[in-house]
Design a protein around this ligand. Structure first.
Ligand code: PLP
Length: 399
């Protein structure tokens, strides 16, 4: 038709129009241009265990994984994933049919939603969301229904009545994340039991993102949703080597579940990356078999880092929420006389030489997240101390 040129129509389709560029790109660019310390994106500034790096080098040199690995992942890794879940949680999965290796948890999330949703299906998810959930639900043609975690006695908590009320006849699945990014909340056994009961009662599928399974602090405990009664047959559990072994660039993730669920997810996954990270899969197989001492030392180290940053943020005048797990501390900026996390984070690199992320980007109800700002503590202690000192100096200058 005359007048209908291609430029009259935006290139990015309507499903993805709201997901143009991520806040991480904007904030990392600000970090680069101002020389600020980047506590925005969650990646460690030191690499994981030397012997695991060497295992990747060995695999590469020995010609293991340099060509397409098997679609479901190399057998060594699938066995190691199953053995790890059995050892830690008593969950028994058949490496042949109940484990699927993916290109990080990100692909596992996308493939699960693409496989399990029909157009218009509702997905109930905890808000604030991990950054890829909303886009993956949109790509799968689903509709997201947020249940907002709210501050209660110093931490963000799930309101189980709100969760129940969010489920309708159109709900197909619950998308759960514990330990939770960005709030640092770890759902308790009682909360998880209630989530499980609801899923069984309403016959819902559950996709649970447990990439921070090893990062729980103090006396918090991580319990996989798949261990609760009635959950094994309806739950897709997602894990990743990135966060647990400090190799976020390797992009080795996985899915565990019944053969029917794993086969469905694999049907979508085979047309996304097909396969990925060949030599790294062999290295991660060795990482999963590390002794308990590795996981304990890693947890202790991250807990110390959390404490350094939490103390620094509190001294600089932030309200600091309890952080029971993950790489992140969420703060409230209102005690600083600020209300808009976006404006705060845009000016922080210039004012204080530190980059943080406004939690509002992880909300549909932007106003509910407006005063909250996230800082990553997966950095060297000296970097965290320097960041804290800069924030204190900037706070003092404002008087
Ligand atoms: C980092 C992260 C992911 C992505 O993991 P990859 O293995 O790097 O793809 C998924 N979910 C949450 C909650 C994360 O924090």
């Amino acid at each position: 038709m005359a007048g209908m040129t291609s430029s009259a129509r935006p290139y990015l389709n309507r499903r993805l129009a709201e997901f143009g560029t991520t806040i991480f790109a904007e904030m990392s660019a600000l970090a680069a241009s101002t020389g600020a310390i980047n506590l925005g994106q969650g990646f460690p500034d030191t690499d994981g265990p030397e012997e695991i790096r060497e295992a990747a080098v060995r695999a590469l040199r020995d010609g293991r994984g340099n060509q397409y690995p098997p679609g479901p992942g190399v057998p060594e890794l699938r066995s190691a994933i199953a053995a790890h879940q059995l050892r830690r949680y008593g969950l028994s999965w058949d490496p042949g049919t109940e484990v699927l290796v993916t290109a990080g948890a990100t692909e596992a999330i996308a493939a699960s939603l693409l496989a399990l949703l029909e157009r218009g299906d509702e997905v109930v998810a905890l808000e604030p969301y991990y950054d890829s959930y909303a886009a993956s639900i949109a790509m799968a043609g689903g509709r997201r229904v947020p249940v907002t975690l709210r501050p209660h006695e110093g931490a963000f908590r799930l309101d189980l009545d709100e969760l129940r009320a969010a489920v309708t006849d159109r709900t197909r699945l619950l998308l759960i994340n514990t330990p939770h990014n960005p709030t640092g909340t770890v759902l308790t056994r009682d909360e998880l039991a209630a989530v499980a009961e609801l899923a069984v009662e309403r016959d819902l599928l559950v996709v649970t993102d447990e990439v921070y399974e090893h990062l729980v602090f103090d006396d918090a405990e991580h319990t996989p949703l798949a261990t609760f009664p009635g959950m094994r047959e309806r739950t897709v559990t997602i894990g990743s080597a990135g966060k647990t072994y400090s190799f976020t660039g390797w992009k080795v993730g996985w899915v565990t579940g019944t053969p029917e669920l794993v086969t469905a997810v694999r049907s979508a996954k085979q047309f996304l990356t097909y396969v990925a990270s060949g030599p790294f899969q062999y290295a991660v197989a060795e990482a999963l078999a590390l002794p308990d001492a590795y996981f304990e030392a890693f947890r202790q180290d991250m807990q110390t880092k959390r404490d350094i940053l939490a103390a620094g943020l509190a001294e600089a005048g932030f309200k600091v929420f309890d952080t029971a797990g993950t790489y992140f501390i969420t703060t409230d900026i209102r005690p600083l006389g600020e209300t808009d996390g976006f404006a705060f984070c845009r000016s922080l690199p210039e004012r204080a030489g530190v980059v943080a992320i406004p939690n509002a980007v992880f909300y549909d109800h932007r106003e509910a997240g407006a005063p909250f700002v996230r800082f990553a503590f997966c950095k060297r202690a000296s970097v965290l101390e320097e960041a804290a000192s800069r924030l204190k100096t900037a706070a003092a200058a404002r008087g």
